[in-house]
Design a protein around this ligand. Structure first.
Ligand code: G3P
Ligand code: CA
Length: 339
């Protein structure tokens, strides 16, 4: 059945705005994309968790940002998997290592997750080896259980990674995605589930197969014209821009006035979830840093406030402990989209 975008707008009524979304879980505090990272974020009061999805060799969706595994797991320490190390070109970028698509779920389940940036986040690295790589099914089950236990629906924002690449190797992501969501009773527009990708073709495909909201991600440095937004509005419910597209930085790396992107998107009825706000000085605008240490925490709350002032509907962050208070202070009475 073809579903009109108008119908989706009319029925996506459980989306709180502005929302705090935990990027890869509370990834400033725990190795990214572990159940512990997601649970920690839920404990911190986030509205949604964001997760990236890729496929194992046997077609199971798992939570990983990269196809290559050595940056976030101990795969290199597994002699039994040494023969799977190889060179692979993904979306034009050559990489060397171990790739999720080459491992069965059983093989992937022997790995332990580790912190991607141990020098910047040593407290998170203390949790290296504690947990493995979760499947989408396991994450949805955990989120469902936490939502019931806490009496509030925690949402999930699901990003499909390298969709065309997965299509080309016979492991399309959208098929198991919709199957997993249906298994958990979540493939309907009043579920707190959002589907995201940088690649438009998979989003266009999903928009004809599900009534869940679809968000077009936009990378830093992209020039987003009125025509681009009109085109996105044909199939998507929202955009997910890099924060620099909303708060451009000057030559010194400082933020000031916001761009018109949020206003232009809202005029078309598109929501705006901005990524990725991180607490350490090295990631913050230069005028929000505190002291000279790149890995010390700066004034992330000020960046969140600036994004809220620009009108965003959601802030996707590695440090969700800071954001809910900033949202409550800036917007004491949040509204539900569609109401
Ligand atoms: O939520 C969107 C954001 O996660 C996209 O960037 O590279 O962290 O997946 P990335
Ligand atoms: Ca992501």
């Amino acid at each position: 059945m073809t579903v009109t975008r108008e119908a989706v707008h009319a029925t996506s009524s459980l989306v709180l705005t502005p929302a705090v979304v935990a990027h890869r879980g509370a990834s400033g505090h725990r190795p990214e994309h572990t159940l512990d990272a997601y649970r920690t974020a839920i404990r911190m009061g986030v509205d949604d968790i964001e997760l990236d999805l890729v496929s194992t060799r046997d077609g199971v969706l798992v939570a990983r940002h990269d196809l290559e595994l050595s940056a976030t797991t101990d795969v290199a320490q597994h002699p039994g998997l040494a023969h799977l190390r190889r060179r692979l070109v993904v979306d034009g970028v050559a990489q060397e290592g171990w790739f999720v698509q080459d491992l069965t779920l059983a093989q992937l389940k022997t790995l332990a997750a580790r912190e991607r940036m141990p020098a910047t986040r040593p407290a998170s690295a203390a949790y290296d080896g504690v947990e493995g790589v979760p499947t989408l099914d396991e994450v949805l089950a955990m989120v469902g259980a936490e939502s019931s236990r806490r009496g509030r629906a925690v949402g999930v924002m699901l990003e499909l990674k390298h969709a065309a690449h997965h299509d080309a190797i016979g492991l399309p992501l959208d098929v198991p995605l919709l199957r997993d969501l249906a298994c958990h009773g979540l493939d309907h527009p009043w579920a707190r589930v959002t589907l995201m990708a940088f690649e438009a073709p998979v989003l266009r495909r999903l928009a004809t197969r599900t009534r869940l909201p679809v968000v077009q991600l936009l990378d830093a440095g992209e020039v987003v014209t009125a025509d681009d937004l009109d085109r996105i509005d044909e199939y998507a419910d929202g955009i997910g821009p890099h924060r620099a597209l909303v708060l451009p930085r000057d030559a010194a790396g400082a933020i000031g006035a916001s761009s018109t992107l949020v206003r232009d998107a809202h005029r078309r009825g598109l929501t705006v979830h901005v990524w990725t706000v991180r607490g350490e000085n090295r990631f913050l605008p230069t005028n929000l840093r505190r002291g000279d240490a790149p890995d010390a925490l700066g004034d992330m709350a000020a960046e969140v406030r600036a994004l809220l002032a620009a009108g965003v509907d959601g802030v996707i962050t590695d440090h969700p402990e800071t954001a809910p208070a900033a949202v409550r202070a800036a917007v004491p009475h949040r509204r539900t989209l569609g109401s």
